[in-house]
Ligand binder design. Structure first.
Ligand code: PEP
Ligand code: MN
Length: 356
């Protein structure tokens, strides 16, 4: 389906949509101090969580409705637009009652179509921007489903927030970015703005800059970053929050890529390089086709001789040699392994078809 979208911010300006503010509203003083520290940084929305979805109990679960008054105060004192997270119908009604300017749906809510639908029903007919975080698991369709539910409820100011995905085991990221997922979302919905929540991807301060830059290099439309006047003392997500002054430094260092930059000489070079890539991709497809025809022949042979399809030792050998060879050509082990596994699986499918 195509989304009928309206811009969330004035489109004539050429900078990303910026959202900043604390993970959680903790006190009126903390909220106002953070906002004061951000007024000169051209942010579009001041964020603060009021109801905090925590994975485990006994963590700080937000101050609740009283925080909405503090956000209202931010609007009044500093003229900033404010955004908060909603996870159910009551949150929506409360947020609207206090004049919150935009809403976001958190990762733990996006996974649940019942909750998303409940929010969509509560919001129906209201003209308010809604930002939808990716679900915690790497499921693009779940993310798209939430976006479609909002759209069906008549919301036209929609943006996606990429906050990374849960994965098991140690990683440099709190939530693995799996960039190919938001890239695919962009391919399917080119007009949908994508905001990078570098805070929840990184989970730490020292990598925020790099991830923000990567999002800009990919032409994402905005950034959401958690800021706190005294990050180490924050009641939630202390490790990833930064002071407004650090936020300012980060934003100063960001290099904005111009997607429409027309430099005719390099554009010519780029066209040539793309032609070459297209040509090589075609060759790869031809070769893969040929490889599968051979797999069909092998399937025929195995069928006649009543042999099993999978010969693990041979497969191990192929993989090992390919990884060695790939390394010499600058191809990572991970790439070779996943590429060959996909090819191998397709071969098995072909053989199976022949044999059965
Ligand atoms: C948040 O933005 O503070 C938050 C809870 O994020 P997420 O839903 O991405 O975990
Ligand atoms: Mn947070």
């Amino acid at each position: 389906m195509t989304l009928e979208l309206k811009p969330i911010v004035n489109t004539t300006r050429k900078r990303p949509i910026l959202i900043a503010g604390p993970c959680s509203a903790e006190s009126e003083a903390q909220v106002l101090e953070t906002a004061k520290g951000l007024i000169d940084h051209q942010i579009d929305f001041f964020r603060a969580g009021i109801w905090k979805p925590r994975t485990r109990p006994n963590s700080f679960e937000g101050v609740g409705t009283i925080g909405l008054k503090w956000l209202k105060q931010v609007k009044k004192e500093f003229g900033l637009k404010v955004i908060t997270e909603v996870a159910n119908q009551q949150h929506v009604y409360q947020a609207l009652k206090y004049g919150i300017d935009a809403l976001w749906i958190g990762a733990r809510t996006t996974v649940n179509p019942f909750s998303v639908q409940e929010i969509a029903d509560a919001i129906e007919g209201v003209d308010i921007p809604v930002f939808i975080k990716n679900p915690i698991n790497p499921d693009l369709n779940l993310w798209i489903g939430a976006i479609e539910r909002m759209h069906k409820a008549g919301i036209h100011q929609i943006a996606a927030i990429h906050r990374g995905f849960s994965s098991y085991g140690n990683s440099n990221y709190r939530n693995a970015p799996m960039w190919q997922i938001p890239i695919e979302l962009k391919r399917q919905f080119p007009d949908l703005p994508i905001i990078c929540d570098n805070s929840h991807i990184c989970g730490r301060r020292d990598t925020l800059q790099r991830v923000a830059q990567k999002a800009m290099d990919l032409n994402f439309e905005g950034l959401m970053t958690e800021t706190h006047p005294d990050p180490d003392q924050a009641w939630s997500d202390a490790k990833q929050q930064i002071k407004p002054s650090t936020y300012k430094d980060m934003m100063k260092r960001i290099i904005y890529r111009n997607p429409n930059a027309i430099d005719t000489v390099s554009l010519q070079d780029l066209d040539d390089l793309r032609l070459e890539i297209d040509h090589l991709d075609n060759e790869l497809l031809d070769l893969l086709g040929k490889r599968m025809m051979i797999a069909d022949d092998i399937g025929q042979y195995k069928k006649c001789n009543n042999m099993a399809i999978l010969q693990p030792s041979r497969w191990e050998e192929i993989l090992k040699l390919a990884i060695q060879k790939g390394a010499k050509k600058g191809l990572s082990e991970q790439f070779i392994a996943s590429f060959l596994k996909a090819v191998h699986q397709e071969s098995i499918n072909h053989q199976e078809k022949v044999m059965n």
